[in-house]
Design a protein around this ligand. Structure first.
Ligand code: BYC
Length: 310
């Protein structure tokens, strides 16, 4: 990278300016942003699958309507994020190929099954909450198109969080069977949720650089702590428990202490070895194959529009 341009870029970052697609940027800033935004886009698209399978089985008309709207929003978020990543020079086709051939990652949490309706309430409440903590922080970051996409996504996610919280409370304050369903779901999802924020700061590969360039506006540990601060009390006040005997707030530092989640399992899951990785990618491969004729028809139609025949 040209040192004069690099110094100017770093001055702009330090001054809190937004970097826009046509602006000069270091090669690695571009590469890191593509990696992160692409992973985020894939997470939205794959993330629609566990909840999507519950649309036909949601309990009651209102829950079904809300779930349809939420799942549709998640797909829309994927579109916004693919658009933001495309401004950096990688085409959508290449991103989808890298998802399908396993080169690109997506969030660990979507490689677990949504076994019961209680799982859907845990996803809608706590995974959306975790995502909001991450997205609100990063929406103040340095790359304009990503920040603008995140701002819009956060508006919609706050609706998702409300509907997830409402459905979660309904089960937690319901019959003994409903309470045991939500407790069981919480027990199964807690570790994946702790993994969601990424490895501890001391082992995070990309944090130092991404924070220096203001792409990530909080570290993995800080985001995990912020989530625990806001949501552990909301869970405990419903009389539910969390499956970690070591979880407590240190009164001196104000930080949460917890037992280390299994980081070997995390690595296995994000590298293709989780319970649902092949099922999730299988669905996307099916959609890619079977949707090819639709994309082709749209492209052909667009070409006809650009070159009208007299
Ligand atoms: N899952 O150096 P680190 C949603 C990887 S969807 C998988 O700390 P970084 C929703 C990481 O990629 C919203 N992989 O990484 C949708 C790296 O591997 P590579 C999902 C993970 O980037 C539908 C390696 O571990 N949100 O809300 O500094 C329904 C080392 O990590 C994960 C996003 O995608 C993980 N959890 O920080 C409901 C947010 N964590 O690339 C809800 C966007 C780490 O070197 N992403 N890895 O092979 C980010 O903010 C950051 O990428 C992370 C990780 C904080 C996740």
């Amino acid at each position: 990278d040209d040192p004069v341009k690099l110094a100017d870029f770093e001055r702009r970052i330090a001054a809190g300016e937004k970097i826009e697609p046509g602006d000069w940027m270091p090669v690695d800033y571009r590469k890191q942003l593509i990696r992160l935004i692409e992973q985020h886009a894939h997470s939205e698209i794959i993330g629609a699958l566990p909840e999507g399978t519950w649309i036909t089985r949601a309990p009651g008309f209102k829950r079904k309507l809300a779930l349809i709207a939420k799942v549709q929003d998640e797909i829309g978020h994927g579109q916004l994020l693919y658009n933001a990543a495309e401004t950096l020079g990688k085409s959508r086709e290449m991103m989808i190929n890298d998802l399908l051939n396993g080169k690109s990652k997506y969030s660990n949490v979507f490689n677990y099954p949504a076994e019961t309706w209680a799982d859907v309430t845990v996803i809608g409440f706590l995974i959306d909450a975790a995502a909001i903590v991450n997205q609100v922080a990063n929406s103040k970051g340095s790359y304009g198109p990503y920040c603008r996409a995140l701002e819009r996504i956060c508006y919609e996610e706050s609706f998702h969080l409300k509907q997830g919280h409402d459905a979660f409370i309904e089960l937690a304050t319901g019959t003994a069977l409903q309470r045991s369903m939500v407790q069981d779901a919480l027990n199964r999802w807690w570790q994946p949720i702790m993994h969601f924020f990424g490895p501890p700061d001391k082992t995070s590969v990309h944090s130092e650089k991404l924070m220096r360039w203001k792409v990530k506006m909080a570290s993995n540990d800080d985001m995990r702590n912020q989530f625990l601060d806001s949501y552990v009390p909301k869970i405990l006040e419903l009389g539910l428990t969390l499956p970690d005997p070591g979880l407590r707030k240190d009164p001196e530092t104000g930080k949460w202490l917890f037992s280390d989640p299994d980081w070997d399992l995390f690595m296995k899951v994000i590298n293709g070895g989780g319970p649902c990785n092949s099922e999730r990618l299988g669905v996307r491969k099916w959609a890619e194959e079977n949707g090819r004729w639709v994309r082709k028809a749209l492209m052909d139609n667009n070409q006809k529009k650009s070159f009208p025949v007299a």
